[in-house]
Write a protein that binds this ligand. Structure first.
Ligand code: SF4
Length: 339
């Protein structure tokens, strides 16, 4: 059995709820485990259905699909709770196994970086996949005489999402620098833009540390290039997601009002999975993405027209200064602030 999924423990938890039928929601990276997971439930006589639609976060919780399919329990793998749901949900963690070099490598990497030879107060941040390792990362750094801060925001301690870096709220003023433990730039950049302190990324797979200042500059050049292109646009498609935690209708409506007040034509379009193909043939000059900011930021090169975030539209329309550039954060908790 795959130790990352801890299916024995999951089965115990599921059986204690005595469901009639379970909907399994498995993220993209675990599709190869679908048959294994189904087989484990089948062997216990628990009927299941697996949702195969891509899911990149608990913002995309399949509670409405579970109800539509007649399931009375949803198991959502790989992400932690962020929304209220109208039915029982088990959020099942998926751990990233680390080898014995990866956490001690943080200390080695920090000691090599000249900034940390004089600065010792570090705020650490992780995604949910590494959350389990936060106490060990903290202990290793403290042993090396760093003062470590783990912030508590709207998620778990030290946990961030690309759209939620509230974990920095209480520790921003206490640290010399932020340290993101993980790979990929998306989450690390979210911290780098939200914080006034320098941000470093330690990649446990390459054992390397990177000061994100240069990458942030390169990213800003790309984004301001797109804002400049969109200045000449006459018409905009404002994309409204139907994923529960990405649905921001009031924000989309404000974008439409603001663009129209500036003499542009603006159209609201809605979709669940936003792809270049789905937008092909829509005859507008630019897009505004009110859903997950990863679509506008990571995937922008796949789109033929400039794809901007709401923050970037505010800059384009002169409602926000260029110096005040931030990532597009979404407040999810309790679904109260999703606007
Ligand atoms: Fe992650 Fe995007 Fe969903 Fe936020 S909106 S949780 S960044 S997938």
């Amino acid at each position: 059995m795959d130790s990352k999924l801890h299916l024995d423990e999951l089965l115990t938890e599921v059986k204690s709820r005595n469901p009639k039928m379970v909907l399994l929601q498995i993220p993209e990276g675990l599709k190869t485990n679908v048959v294994e997971v189904e087989d484990v439930f089948r062997a216990e006589g628990i009927p299941t259905i697996t949702v195969l639609d891509p899911s990149f976060g608990a913002c995309d919780i399949a509670d409405h699909k579970a109800q539509l399919l007649g399931c009375d329990l949803l198991v959502h793998f790989g992400h932690s709770k962020m929304l209220h749901t109208g039915m029982p949900v088990i959020y099942w963690p998926v751990e990233f196994p680390l080898d014995e070099k990866m956490i001690p490598g943080t200390v080695t990497a920090l000691k090599k970086e000249s900034f940390f030879q004089t600065h010792k107060k570090v705020g650490i941040y992780v995604t949910i996949q590494f959350h389990l390792h936060v106490p060990e990362i903290k202990a290793q750094l403290e042993k090396a005489e760093f003062e470590v801060f783990v912030g508590m925001g709207d998620l778990k301690d030290g946990q961030i999402l690309g759209c939620d870096v509230s974990a920095r709220r209480d520790i921003e003023d206490k640290v010399d620098a932020n340290l993101y433990f993980g790979d990929g730039y998306f989450h690390a950049l979210a911290i780098a833009f939200a914080s006034k302190k320098p941000t470093y990324q330690y990649n446990p797979f390459t054992l390397e540390i990177e000061d994100l200042a240069k990458y942030k500059e390169k990213y800003l050049r790309q984004r301001f290039g797109l804002i400049a292109q969109a200045k000449d646009a006459h018409s905009f498609a404002i994309i409204l997601s139907t994923k529960k935690g990405q649905l921001r209708k009031a924000l989309a409506m404000r974008m439409k009002t603001d663009l129209e007040a500036a003499g542009k034509r603006a159209y609201l379009v809605s979709m669940e999975h936003i792809t270049p193909n789905a937008l092909m043939g829509v005859d507008v000059d630019a897009y505004v993405n009110t859903s997950c900011s990863r679509i506008a930021t990571d995937d922008f090169e796949s789109y033929k027209k400039p794809m901007l975030t709401p923050v970037e539209i505010d800059i384009l329309l002169g409602k926000r200064s260029a110096e005040d550039y931030v990532f597009d954060e979404i407040k999810h908790i309790g679904n109260k602030n999703v606007q």
